[in-house]
Design a protein around this ligand. Structure first.
Ligand SMILES: Cc1cc2nc3c(=O)[nH]c(=O)nc-3n(C[C@H](O)[C@H](O)[C@H](O)COP(=O)(O)OP(=O)(O)OC[C@H]3O[C@@H](n4cnc5c(N)ncnc54)[C@H](O)[C@@H]3O)c2cc1C
Length: 393
């Protein structure tokens, strides 16, 4: 019997397994899919890289270091380029973009080397019983004293032990991998319908381009993907490239959902996407998957009488509160009035560009965002933008 069975070997599960195995726990990490690509931008922020830096040589990760971020306001077609190096970011603190085959593969190898047992099977069911769980998989059944559900947005653990995400708590992300094209610039077009952005992220052998919309808006993945295809052509991002379509759900919670996160119970906890820990504005999920995986391991390996409660409180207090702030901010973030103003401010102010660079690299908290923007925003620039907005109105 394993002390801990971890279901799902994405960043949350592999990192929880690594962190637990290094603390001497007997860990089984169950996932049938590796090596595999995951439909994802593959943007790994400096703060995410810092978490895993001790586990493997970051230089061994085939990745594109992003040097510039181009922002386009869909309503005015105006654009601005943010030079991340000029804003003070180094390759170690900036954003890198990697294929998830490579990134998740390195994490899995680190977990294996640390002593976790890798079980290449799909979990088909799990049953709570005295002292633990009976876990049924496609390669047989085993027991575990406790489980970590790191099995993504469609989490079986979540469905069995908590409750599945409602449709309004999910968004659908869809787009294309454009093969044979790469670079060192991300392109982000801010749109208000659906509120969010279209993106193009260069990986070593292809671009990942996509769009995201709340699942309950009624718009289909097909319609969204057609829009991405038009955008790729219109922006000249990948002339002649073979386009491979993808679609995948992302948890996209509202402020009230973050305030009431249900991420653990006796002998079980959820981490990463299964717990709903994705930034509703940037859709950054890899960092929160790694962090929650690490915190799950820390709680389980502690001598706390109730590690499940300790984990739940930490996630709610430190991640939930920050993501709730992002979710509240989101309502105004993608309005044309704001995005137009933001792109104009990016064109004109090095201070605002530095704030945006830090947002891209995951170094800017939402708690401090308004305050920092207010401090950065020069009075003259604010006045010019305000006057222009009034003239337009
Ligand atoms: C299109 C798109 C773009 C994104 N772009 C970015 C980005 O640029 N940067 C960023 O930080 N985040 C991004 N995200 C979010 C990011 O992909 C996720 O937040 C992150 O992968 C979460 O990691 P995880 O380990 O929780 O789950 P996952 O990475 O989804 O891993 C879950 C694992 O569980 C396994 N599993 C599922 N069910 C079972 C089962 N029954 N039995 C065994 N194993 C099972 C799966 O095979 C999978 O390997 C994006 C997401 C999407 C969809």
């Amino acid at each position: 019997m394993a002390d801990v069975s971890i279901l799902g070997a994405g960043p949350a599960g592999a990192w929880a397994a690594y962190s637990l195995a290094r603390r001497g726990a007997r860990v089984a990490l169950v996932d049938p899919t590796h090596p595999r690509e995951k439909p994802c931008g593959g943007g790994v922020t400096g703060r995410a890289l810092a978490l895993v830096a001790g586990a493997f040589d970051i230089a061994a990760l085939p990745a594109c270091v992003i040097r510039t971020a181009r922002f386009i306001d869909a309503s005015s077609r105006a654009g601005a380029v943010v030079d991340l190096a000029a804003a003070g970011l180094t390759p170690a603190t900036s954003l890198v973009v990697a294929s998830r085959t490579s990134f998740d593969g390195l994490l899995l190898a680190a977990a294996r080397d640390a002593g976790a047992e890798i079980v290449a099977a799909r979990v088909t069911d799990l049953v709570a019983r005295p002292g633990g769980f009976l876990i049924h998989t496609t390669s047989g059944s085993h027991t575990a004293a406790c489980i970590v559900g790191a099995d993504g947005a469609n989490s079986l653990v979540r469905r069995r032990l908590a409750r599945p995400f409602r449709r309004d708590q999910l968004s659908i992300a869809t787009g294309y991998f454009a093969h044979g094209v790469t670079g060192d610039e991300i392109v982000v077009e801010l749109v208000d319908d659906p509120p969010g952005y279209m993106w193009s992220f260069p990986r070593p052998t292809h671009l990942a381009a996509g769009i995201c919309a709340q699942a309950d808006t009624g718009v289909t993945a097909r319609t969204l993907r057609a829009r991405v295809r038009d955008w790729i052509h219109e922006q000249g991002l990948a002339p002649g490239a073979r386009l491979e379509p993808y679609s995948w759900p992302i948890p996209s919670l509202a402020p009230r959902d973050f305030d009431a996160l249900e991420v653990s119970g006796p002998r079980w906890c959820l981490a990463g996407d299964a717990a709903g820990l994705v930034d509703p504005i940037t859709r950054e999920g890899i960092f929160f998957a790694l962090l929650s995986g690490e915190w799950a391991a820390e709680a389980l390996a502690s001598d706390d009488a109730d590690p499940w409660r300790r984990y739940r409180e930490r996630v709610r207090d430190e991640i939930g509160s920050e993501l709730a702030r992002a979710a509240r901010f989101k309502a105004s973030f993608f309005r044309p009035r704001f995005t137009r103003l933001m792109v104009e401010a990016l064109q004109q102010s090095a201070g605002v560009r530095a704030v945006m660079a830090d947002l891209v690299a995951g170094r800017q908290s939402y708690a401090q965002l308004k305050w920092r923007l207010a401090r950065t925003f020069e009075v003259g620039l604010a006045w010019r933008l305000f006057a222009r907005a009034r003239r337009r109105a």
